[in-house]
Ligand binder design. Structure first.
Ligand code: CA
Ligand code: CA
Ligand code: CA
Length: 274
């Protein structure tokens, strides 16, 4: 990783300097930089730096992933949630696909939470079509007893939820454990908006401690006209067919958001006929 230092104060035992090539990171003022532990091991020199920066994010701004050569990467990992005994980092990247849908990628790293994660939920407004929901974990190995079973994926009319093991069923269930990162993905029919996901926690906390943590992430925005199922600008037989194809299911097509595609939703679609 290349780091470009802006406004370096140059204090302490070392000085800041730009790396070679294109910077991945640009930070604000660095009023102090210190160098520690210079050593030569096997003919290679090693040293460590510590520096203070005015660009620290206390967890109130989202971590965004940008394409190179954009260099707006935050220097300090963002969305770091304090959960009593540990922290998670949540990142989100949304790109538009060639077919017009939007690909949502979320990554969650358990930095140091012993309680671990067991689920991740992203809200989806009524009328949004979700496809290709997926999950990627890190299977245990080297004798670890933990279950490798992938988290289940449920797409309802109001959310995409991935759920793993339950501590009460097995302490060795598949959880997002200490120092591990899992990925979550889905495609949706609408562009991103700011929203709030939820990380469910694996182990029980102290009495009264919450069993989940709110995570500000990018979520699909509510469609301008939920009855326009295929997003072609009009409500007609194609949209009715789309809704009937999901009859009796949680969706997509649950226009009133009550959890099931029924006559009430068909009525809303017919009322919006154009
Ligand atoms: Ca797995
Ligand atoms: Ca339509
Ligand atoms: Ca409904």
């Amino acid at each position: 990783m290349n780091v470009s230092f802006g406004g370096t104060g140059g204090g302490g035992g070392g000085g800041g300097g730009g790396g070679t090539g294109v910077a991945d990171v640009i930070v604000g003022a660095i009023p102090d930089v210190s160098r520690y532990g210079a050593a030569t091991i096997g003919g290679v020199s090693f040293m460590a730096y510590a520096f203070g920066t005015t660009s620290c994010n206390i967890g109130t701004a989202q971590l965004e992933w940008f394409e190179q050569p954009d260099n707006r990467h935050p220097f300090i990992p963002m969305n770091m949630y304090r959960l009593g005994n540990g922290r998670f980092i949540v990142a989100c990247k949304v790109t538009q696909s060639t077919n017009g849908t939007w690909h949502y990628g979320h990554a969650i790293q358990n930095l140091n939470s012993d309680r671990s994660g067991r689920s991740f939920t992203v809200p989806v407004p009524a009328g949004v079509t979700v496809t290709n929901a997926g999950f990627k974990d890190i299977d245990s190995h080297s004798g670890d007893p933990y279950s490798p079973t992938d988290w289940s994926i449920v797409v309802s009319g109001s959310a995409v939820t991935r759920t793993g093991g339950s501590y009460s069923v097995s302490p060795n269930g598949n959880a997002l454990r200490f120092a591990t990162l899992y990925n979550f993905r889905f495609d949706a029919s609408t562009a991103p908006a700011a929203g709030t996901g939820a990380i469910g926690l694996f182990k029980r906390g102290a009495a009264g401690a919450p069993d989940s943590a709110a995570a500000p992430v990018k979520v699909p925005a509510a469609p301008a006209n939920p009855a326009d199922r295929n997003g072609d600008g009009s409500v007609n037989g194609a949209d009715r067919g789309h809704l009937l194809g999901a009859w009796g299911t949680p969706g997509p097509g649950d226009l009133d958001g009550d959890g099931s595609v029924t006559g009430a939703d068909l009525g809303l679609l017919l009322a919006a006929w154009s």
